[in-house]
Design a protein around this ligand. Structure first.
Ligand code: MSP
Length: 638
C-alpha cells in the first residue's frame, strides 16, 4: 500500500469529552497520533496535527450540574487539564480546538445550512432511545435486554421530541460503493467488514438536533428564525465538524484547507462507526473529498479489569510518567499491544518491558559502546570506510532492509510491529558483540577489528535513533547527542533513505539510559476491597419489589422527589428519593423498582420516608435497579 508522499499531512485525535479528566485511554490515542505526526515530519512532510476537546452535549451539561458549575466555567477548567497534560508530555500538536470556540461554531452552523440547502436535512419527530453516555440514538430493535445501550450497556432514556433529521439512508449505496473500492481505508483491516456489515444492515436517517436541553451549538439563524422550537445540534454532528473548522472551513480563522483531505483520523474502536459512516456521509453531503484513512485502536484495561472511577482503578498517565519517565510510558503503550487489539496496563508488564527491551537490549548496547570507546579509543573512533563496508556488508544490508520496511508499517499504523522490527537491529548488534568477543580481540591486540565493531554499533545506533524518535523523542535525541547529530529530517533522509555510514566520530559520553527497575515505583491505589457478610446478616435485609404510583417534586429541594410506592401492603409507602436530576416525575410513574423495605423510617426535609429506592450510579449518572421482568409487588429479593 505504498502511497505517493504528498507534502501536506493532516492527522487528528478524537476531541475528548470534558466530563472526565485525562486518563490512559486519552493518552494512548494522543501518543499514537504524536508518533505518526513526528514520523511524517521526519519524512519531510508539512504536518498538521489536530487535537482538542468536545465540550457540548447532555453528558457534559449533567457533569457540570453535578459539580454545581455552569457549563462554560466547567468546560474551561477540564479543557485546560487536557491542554496542560499534552504540553507536559511534549505532544507536538499544531492546533488545539475547542467546540466552544467561536470559529468552530461558525463552521458547524455553515455546514448545517449547506446540508439543509442541499435537501439532506428535514424536520420530523424523533421517538426512540438515547444513550447519554455514548451520546447516541438507538431504535428499539438495536437495544439489548432491559432497553439498555448495545455499546456501553447502560440504561437509555426514551426521547420523544421534534428533531431535524439527516438523510443518512440516502447515502447507504454511496457508502457501500466507497468501501468496496477502498478496502484499505480502515486500519486494522479486520474492522473493515464490521463497517460494511453495519451499512448493509440498513442505515436509518439520523436525528441531528435536540430540543430538551440547551448546551450545544444553535442552528444557523436562517433556519432558527423560521422555527418556534429551540433546537441545538446533536453533539456528534457538532464534534465531527471540528476536523474542518480547524482548517478554517467556512469560518473566519486561517484557511488551511490545503491540508484536506485528512490523512488519518485515529479513533478508539468505540467511535469508529461515527467516523466511518456518519462523518463520511456528512462529507459527501458537503461535497468534500473523503479522508484517506481511519484507524481504530483497542481499549486499555487495568490489571485485567475495566477502568472506572467508582472502582478507583483508573490509570492516571501523569502519575505513570512522573514515576517511570515519559519515554518508557510511550514505549510501553505503543509496543505492548498490537494496534487495534485491547491491552492491559499493569506496573508488572511495564517494568518487564523496561527491563528487557529498554535496559537490556538498548541501554546496555549504548553503554557497552560508550564504555569500550572510552577505554580503548579515548572516545575517538576511526576506520577505513571501504574495509569496514566490506567486512560488515551482510550486516549492513540486513539493517538497511529492516529500516526500509518500517515506513510501510507506519503507514498501516502497525506501530507495535514497527518497534518490534526496530528491536531486531539491537538484537543483531548485541549478537555481534557476543560473536566477536571484543575483550578477546583486545587481548590479541586486534584493535582495528574492535574499532570496526564499535563503528558498526555506532552507525546502527544512529540509524535506530532516527527511527525510534517518533516513539521515544527524548531518548532518540540523547542517543544522537552522543554523536553530535541533530534530530532533523534532512539527516534522517541521509542516514535512512540514503543509507549514509560514518567512519570517524568522537563520542560524547552520557549517563546510562534506563537503569533496571527492581520493584514497582508506584504504590497501587487502594482498590475498593471486599467486605464479606454472612448469609444470616443478609437475611436481615428486606429488599422488595414495588411499583411507583405517584411522584411529586419537593419545591424546596433540588435533588429530592416524593414517591408513593406500592409494596403489596395494605397501604402505599411514602419514600423520599434523591433522583430528581435523573428522572422526571412522569417517567417514574408505573416503573417497578427495588426498595429496601426495613430501613428505619426517617424524616427528610420535613417529609416521612419509609424505605429506600435502590439505584446505581457511576460517572455517567444514576439508574434505578429494576427486576428483569415485572414481578408481583411485595416479592422479596433473595
Ligand atoms: N468526544 C468523543 C469523540 C469525538 S471525535 C469527533 C469521544 N470522546 S472520549 O473522550 O469519550 O473518547 C476519546 C477517545 O478516547 C476515544 O477514541 C476512545 O476510544 C478513547 N478511550 C477512552 N477510554 C479508553 C480506554 N480505556 N482505552 C483506550 N482508549 C479509550 O468519544
Amino acid at each position: 500500500m505504498e502511497e505517493a508522499l504528498s507534502s501536506k499531512f493532516y492527522i487528528t485525535t478524537p476531541i475528548y469529552y470534558v466530563n472526565d479528566i485525562p486518563h490512559i485511554g486519552h493518552a494512548y490515542t494522543t501518543i499514537i497520533v504524536d508518533a505518526l505526526a513526528r514520523f511524517h515530519r521526519l519524512l519531510g512532510q508539512e504536518v498538521f496535527f489536530l487535537t482538542g476537546t468536545d465540550e457540548h452535549g447532555q453528558k457534559i451539561e449533567q457533569a457540570a450540574a453535578k459539580k454545581g458549575k455552569n457549563p462554560k466555567e466547567y468546560v474551561d477548567e477540564i479543557s485546560k487539564r487536557f491542554k496542560d497534560i499534552w504540553e507536559s508530555f511534549g505532544i507536538s500538536y499544531d492546533k488545539f480546538i475547542r467546540t466552544t470556540d467561536s470559529y468552530h461554531i461558525q463552521t458547524a452552523q455553515k455546514a448545517f445550512l449547506k446540508m439543509y440547502q442541499r435537501g439532506d436535512i428535514y424536520k420530523g419527530e424523533y421517538e426512540g432511545n438515547y444513550c447519554i453516555s455514548c451520546e447516541a440514538f438507538f431504535t428499539k430493535s438495536q437495544l439489548i435486554e432491559g432497553g439498555r445501550c448495545p455499546d456501553c450497556k447502560k440504561e437509555t432514556t426514551l426521547v420523544k421530541e421534534e428533531s431535524y433529521f439527516f438523510k443518512l439512508s440516502a447515502y447507504q449505496e454511496r457508502l457501500l460503493e466507497f468501501y468496496k473500492q477502498h478496502s484499505d481505508f480502515i486500519f486494522p483491516k479486520s474492522r473493515y467488514n464490521e463497517v460494511i456489515r453495519f451499512i448493509e444492515d440498513g442505515l436509518e436517517d439520523l436525528s441531528i438536533t435536540r430540543t430538551s436541553f440547551d448546551w450545544g451549538v444553535k442552528l444557523p439563524s436562517e433556519i432558527a428564525n423560521k422555527d418556534s422550537k429551540k433546537h441545538i445540534m446533536y453533539v456528534w454532528l457538532d464534534a465531527l465538524i471540528n476536523y474542518l473548522s480547524a482548517l478554517g472551513y467556512e469560518n473566519e480563522s486561517d484557511d488551511k484547507m490545503e491540508f484536506w483531505p485528512v490523512n488519518y483520523h485515529i479513533v478508539g474502536k468505540d467511535i469508529l462507526r461515527f467516523h466511518a459512516i456518519y462523518w463520511l456521509a456528512f462529507l459527501m453531503s458537503l461535497e468534500l473529498p473523503l479522508p484517506r484513512h481511519i484507524a481504530a485502536h483497542g481499549w486499555w484495561t487495568k490489571d485485567g479489569a475495566k477502568m472506572s472511577k467508582s472502582v478507583g482503578n483508573v490509570v492516571n498517565p501523569q502519575e505513570i510518567v512522573n514515576a517511570y519517565g515519559l519515554d518508557c510510558f510511550r514505549y510501553f503503550i505503543l509496543r505492548e499491544v498490537s494496534f487495534g487489539q485491547d491491552g492491559d496496563f499493569s506496573q508488572k508488564a511495564l517494568i518487564e518491558r523496561i527491563n528487557a527491551d529498554l535496559s537490556n537490549d538498548l541501554g546496555n548496547l549504548l553503554n557497552r559502546l560508550l564504555g569500550m570507546s572510552a577505554k580503548y579509543f579515548n572516545n575517538h573512533l576511526r576506520v577505513d570506510i571501504q574495509a569496514f563496508k566490506a567486512h560488515y556488508k551482510e550486516e549492513l544490508e540486513s539493517i538497511h532492509k529492516i529500516l526500509m520496511g518500517l515506513e510501510l508499517l507506519m503507514q498501516e499504523v502497525q506501530i507495535h510491529r514497527y518497534l518490534e522490527e526496530l528491536w531486531k537491529i539491537f538484537a543483531l548488534a548485541n549478537g555481534m558483540i557476543a560473536k566477536k568477543e571484543p575483550w578477546r580481540l583486545v587481548k590479541e591486540d586486534k584493535m582495528q577489528e574492535v574499532a570496526e565493531l564499535l563503528v558498526f554499533i555506532a552507525n546502527l545506533l544512529i540509524k535506530a535513533a532516527f527511527c525510534l524518535s517518533p516513539c521515544m523523542p527524548k531518548t532518540a535525541k540523547e542517543i544522537l547527542d552522543v554523536f553530535n547529530i541533530p534530530l532533523e529530517s534532512k539527516h534522517y533522509l541521509e542516514f535512512i533513505k540514503n543509507n549514509q555510514i560514518i567512519s570517524e566520530m568522537v563520542l560524547m559520553p552520557i549517563m546510562a539510559l534506563f537503569p533496571k527497575i527492581e520493584t514497582p515505583l508506584l504504590e497501587e491505589k487502594q482498590i475498593k476491597t471486599q467486605h464479606f457478610i454472612t448469609k444470616e446478616e443478609f437475611s436481615k435485609i428486606e429488599i422488595k419489589v414495588g411499583t411507583i404510583l405517584g411522584a411529586e417534586i419537593m419545591p424546596k429541594s433540588e435533588k429530592l422527589l416524593k414517591l408513593q410506592v406500592d409494596l403489596g401492603e395494605e397501604r402505599e409507602r411514602q419514600i423520599i428519593a434523591g433522583i430528581k436530576s435523573y428522572y422526571t416525575t412522569q417517567e417514574l410513574i408505573g416503573k417497578q423498582v427495588c426498595v429496601l423495605a426495613n430501613l428505619k423510617p426517617a424524616k427528610l426535609m420535613g417529609e416521612l420516608s419509609e424505605g429506600m429506592i435502590l439505584a446505581v450510579s457511576d460517572d455517567d449518572g444514576l439508574s434505578l435497579i429494576q427486576p428483569q421482568a415485572i414481578k408481583k409487588n411485595g416479592s422479596q429479593i433473595s
